[in-house]
Design a protein around this ligand. Structure first.
Ligand code: ASP
Ligand code: MG
Length: 411
């Protein structure tokens, strides 16, 4: 008999009919004898609706009061699901974050979980009940209701699984797993049976938005096996684990991530002397703008060119800061480009294989795609290219690294 935490997202509990279906699913899982703790999101759209209401009162709603309100979304779904379970003869009980006592810090709207009291839940499980817990919410030392940030019920699920030392944390959503890349761009994209936490973090931060990143970090830290599954389709989903050993036979690259969220800024002809990188990027970070990739060229006439990327939303602000710095430094010119895209290959297999980057560059060269910037980490190689080549690049790389699903016969 296993202890499983199952988290269902907003679309899975988006209507009463769906909640009834989830109840049926839980009833079946229960029949196999497992202990089940269920974590729910609010109905899809509900959290947005509530935020809208608050914004009608004030542009910047008081964070504490926003949390009092936002926590109601999950309170509705846990009660409805529990009613649906009891109706089916499945003993069940629902708890808000406060009732469990999911203790958080006091950072309203983005609180962090400090501790979970597992006593009540364990007692209910022992008595044969399914325990249904509101995701996304907790309570601070002083008894104020807190919420964990958008998408936070994933983190509730993982934190509960860690606290209860559950055998698995299953995240049920509207996709059937984690894919090698976005199937809308590459129809041959495959569902991965397995991926490591590290790879998932790289994929998630690069735009595969299946799971809240924080929940993956949390699961990695506490080594909670995480599985992403479809709420209404059968299938094994994707297991996210620490286990690199078992994936040794897998391809070197697990997936290809990409985004169009960045913009590039270049300052040319700055003096090639100590402290210049700091002079350029110091004011950028002082303006609270995050920098992603950085390239500094070696130049001949004692000057150098310096290029970096920021989020597209920060492009104008970064440009203003940079123009000012460029003047101070006596730089030759400042330029920028928002029509760029970043493509990354991700895989723990890179650690034990040489030539991965050159294989990437070869595939891009074959398509005559120019690489503007390159950055690497232990398990990732990223390039910046012209935005219009993004889809071509992702497809070419997907094929070059043998990630394409075998063609189905009869198609
Ligand atoms: N309902 C919250 C949100 O929409 C939490 C969640 O769904 O994970 O962000
Ligand atoms: Mg979600």
């Amino acid at each position: 008999m296993a202890l499983i935490v199952q988290k269902f997202g907003g679309t899975s509990v988006g209507t009463v009919e769906r909640i009834e279906k989830i109840a049926e699913k839980i009833q079946k899982a229960r029949a196999s004898g497992d202990d089940l703790v269920i974590v729910l999101s609010a109905m899809s759209g509900e959290t947005n609706r509530l935020i809208d209401l608050a914004k009608q009162i004030s542009d910047q709603p008081v964070p504490r009061e926003l949390d009092v309100m936002l926590s109601t979304g999950e309170q509705v779904t846990i009660a409805l699901l529990t009613m649906a379970l009891i109706k089916r003869g499945v003993p069940a009980v629902s708890y808000t974050g406060n009732q469990v006592r999911i203790l958080t810090d006091s950072a309203h709207n983005k609180a962090r979980i400090l501790q979970i009291d597992d006593q009540k839940i364990r007692a209910d499980l022992k008595d044969g009940r399914v325990v249904v817990v509101a995701g996304f919410q907790g309570v601070d030392e002083q008894g104020n209701i807190t919420t964990l940030g958008r998408g936070g019920s994933d983190t509730t699920g993982v934190a509960l699984a860690a606290a209860l030392k559950a055998d698995e944390c299953q995240i049920y959503t509207d996709v059937d797993g984690v894919y090698t890349t976005d199937p809308r761009v590459v129809p041959q994209a495959r569902r991965l049976d397995k991926i490591t936490f590290e790879e998932m973090l790289e994929m998630a931060s690069l735009g595969s938005k299946v799971l809240q990143i924080r929940s993956v970090e949390f699961a990695g830290k506490y080594n909670v096996p995480l599985r992403v599954l479809h709420s209404f389709q059968e299938g094994p989903g994707t297991l996210i684990t620490i286990d690199e050993e078992e994936s040794m036979e897998q391809p070197i690259i697990s997936g290809i991530a990409f985004n169009r969220d960045e913009a590039k800024l270049t300052v040319r002809g700055v003096p090639d002397i100590p402290g210049v990188a700091f002079k350029i990027l110091g004011p950028v970070s002082a303006a609270n703008i995050e920098v992603d990739m950085i390239v500094q060229n070696v130049a001949h006439d004692n000057t150098t060119d310096f290029t970096f990327t920021v989020h597209r939303n920060d492009y104008q602000a970064a440009m203003q800061v940079l123009e000012k710095t460029a003047q101070e430094l006596g730089a030759r010119e400042v330029s920028g480009d928002i029509k760029i895209a970043k493509v990354s290959i991700v895989g723990v297999g890179m650690r034990s294989h040489a030539g991965v980057a050159s294989r990437m560059f070869e595939a891009l060269a074959k398509e005559t795609i120019n690489i503007q910037m390159i950055s690497t980490s232990e398990i990732k190689v990223s390039v910046v290219i012209e935005e219009k080549y993004l889809e071509l690049a992702v497809r070419a790389l997907h094929t070059a690294f043998e990630l394409d699903a075998p063609a189905k016969s009869g198609e």
